[in-house]
Design a binder for this molecule. Structure first.
Ligand SMILES: C[S@@+](CC[C@H](N)C(=O)[O-])C[C@H]1O[C@@H](n2cnc3c(N)ncnc32)[C@H](O)[C@@H]1O
Length: 283
């Protein structure tokens, strides 16, 4: 079975409900508010997948690096950056072990990619790698889904439709039976994506016809992290302190607090704790 992360074109189509430039506006706005030096010059996107945010940062003149474990995602991210004529350095690595030997003004992990960190040890290792790669005054902004999604309801089952360049797709991420294991806090999320019309490639590697329907099925393991567990992981990891938390990408008058009933994301702004200096190659 080809997983959805092995088909970056389909994954990017599934996620095209996002307004990436607006999200980057918010990320840069939070830098202005929480980083004494203001606008960052260098950015690292972790678990970047197709690296849409890294590409948008690069478009705005930042030196952008994207890191992902999946070789298909890395190849796609590099290709799409080239097609968009923007410079993004793409690195295939693990977000719990990377050592790039340099620091960044801003590090981001978008769209709940930390749900791929299955254990507290993995989360702590991830945070330590992040803090080792932050320049003085640098920020780490991590977007997770809102805890209400998993604690407020017994299951998560979401469906949406997208349309891009004449290609229509419906996506189901999670089925009613996809329950969190109460001990491990891991669910196997069943994903179904139905793609109608041209674009991408079929399983046979050829372009599909305009009236062809392609169905992609996958099971994506998801580790739920609560807000209090995130706090605990930050404390255990050391080297980072929480600057702010938001419930959406709204900024200024549209800022949504994490506790707001309208909040649907858990976005945490972390900065390197003062007096702590972790070397990139250590720890
Ligand atoms: C939900 S996708 C998100 C991609 C991207 N953050 C976005 O906003 O579209 C999760 C990504 O995490 C990557 N991933 C999973 N475990 C990883 C790890 N340990 N280190 C680096 N990347 C990882 C997967 O390959 C996949 O591309």
């Amino acid at each position: 079975m080809t997983g959805i992360y092995d088909d970056p074109w389909a994954y990017e189509l599934a996620c095209s409900f996002r307004d990436v430039p607006a999200e980057v506006d918010a990320l840069l706005g939070w830098c202005a508010g929480h980083r004494p030096a203001g606008r960052p010059g260098t950015v690292l996107e972790l678990a970047a997948g197709p690296a849409e945010h890294a590409r948008e940062f690069a478009r705005r003149g930042l030196a952008a690096t994207a890191l992902d474990l999946n070789p298909e995602m890395c190849a796609y991210a590099a290709r799409e950056a080239g097609r968009a004529n923007v410079r993004v350095e793409v690195v295939r690595d693990d977000m719990t072990r990377f050592d790039l030997g340099r620091r960044f003004d801003l590090i981001v992990t978008m769209l709940d990619s930390t749900s791929h960190l299955m254990t507290l040890d993995a989360f702590v290792a991830h945070l330590r790698r992040v803090s080792a790669h932050l320049s003085p005054g640098g920020l780490y902004i991590v977007e997770m889904s809102h805890p209400r999604d998993r604690l407020g309801e017994p299951t998560v089952s979401t469906g949406w439709t997208v349309e891009r360049d004449g290609v229509h797709a419906s996506v189901r991420w999670g089925e009613p039976g996809d329950r969190l294991d109460p001990v491990t806090q891991i669910a196997d999320d069943h994903v179904t994506m139905t793609i109608n019309g041209g674009g991408g490639v079929t399983a046979g590697g050829r372009p599909p016809g305009d009236d062809e329907v392609r169905v992609l099925r996958d099971v994506v393991p998801y580790r739920f992290w609560s807000a209090t567990e995130l706090d605990a992981a930050i404390r255990v990891a050391g080297g980072l302190e929480k600057a702010a938390q938001y419930g959406d990408f709204g900024a200024g008058a549209d800022t949504v607090a994490l506790t707001d009933p309208e909040a649907w994301r858990m976005i945490t702004v972390l900065r390197g704790a003062q007096g702590v200096d972790v070397q990139p190659g250590i720890g």
